[in-house]
Ligand binder design. Structure first.
Ligand SMILES: [Fe+2]
Length: 229
């Protein structure tokens, strides 16, 4: 999480406040010049593992793999890498597109395929977690996580293949979205020469692969027999 520094706070005071080690805060904030005197209003990253599942209504399955999350940190500011991650954050193929796509499909197929509708809601929540992690990385790299892709083009709802009232087309579009996301993350891992970011993107890919499998299973269960005509 990101914390806004209050008057008379040092890294040690902030560390105490959140129950994390001062060293961890220092490592996560290479931009801090004087850890004894933080600047009021300065944003510092607090590397804590929030049990964010607790924030969501009980009963919703949150489909993610159980592998632990690597520490969210970067080697140092790098506008070029921030730029690349903007594409994953709010470009055409991005977490923002995935969230909007899955939430719409969730709403639209609520009656036709309730099981898939519920799955879509859970996966959308996982994509929100990915989106939040990307936003943190972009900020640490010196970027600004507004809703635009890598060349600054604003995110648009035109990225969302709605396929209203065509649940099988929708599941197919969801499968396509996950495949495209995996390919793009793999491409970015090769371009971003920062082991911390690479580890985080690898971890995100694991969730996307799991989502791909879940969507494929649903397609087989509800759609494939109709296509065998
Ligand atoms: Fe994702």
């Amino acid at each position: 999480m990101i914390y806004c520094v209050q008057p008379n706070e040092s890294i040690w005071k902030v560390a105490e406040k959140f129950g994390v080690s001062p060293k961890a805060i220092q490592i996560a904030n290479p931009q801090v010049i004087n850890p004894e005197h933080l600047v009021v209003g300065e944003m510092v990253y607090i590397p804590i593992n929030i049990d964010w599942h607790a924030f969501y209504p009980k009963g919703i399955e949150l489909p993610e793999v159980s592998d632990p999350w690597p520490e969210v940190r970067v080697q140092g500011p790098n506008p070029e890498y921030a730029h690349l991650l903007m594409e994953d954050y709010a470009g055409d193929v991005s977490e923002t597109t995935a969230i909007m796509l899955y939430l719409y499909h969730h709403q639209d197929m609520e009656e036709a395929l309730p099981e898939v509708s519920e799955l879509l809601e859970g996966i959308a929540i996982i994509e929100m977690h990915h989106q939040e992690i990307l936003a943190d990385l972009i900020k640490m790299l010196g970027g600004n996580p507004i809703y635009s892709g890598k060349d600054g083009q604003p995110w648009t709802a035109e990225y969302v293949p709605y396929y209203s009232q065509q649940p099988c087309q929708q599941i197919q579009a969801d499968i396509t979205a996950e495949r495209a996301a995996i390919r793009q993350y793999q491409k970015h891992i090769k371009k971003i020469n920062d082991p911390y970011i690479q580890a985080i993107l690898q971890r995100i890919i694991k969730d996307e692969e799991y989502h791909l499998k879940l969507f494929t299973d649903m397609y087989r269960k509800y759609c494939q027999r109709f296509n065998r005509k």
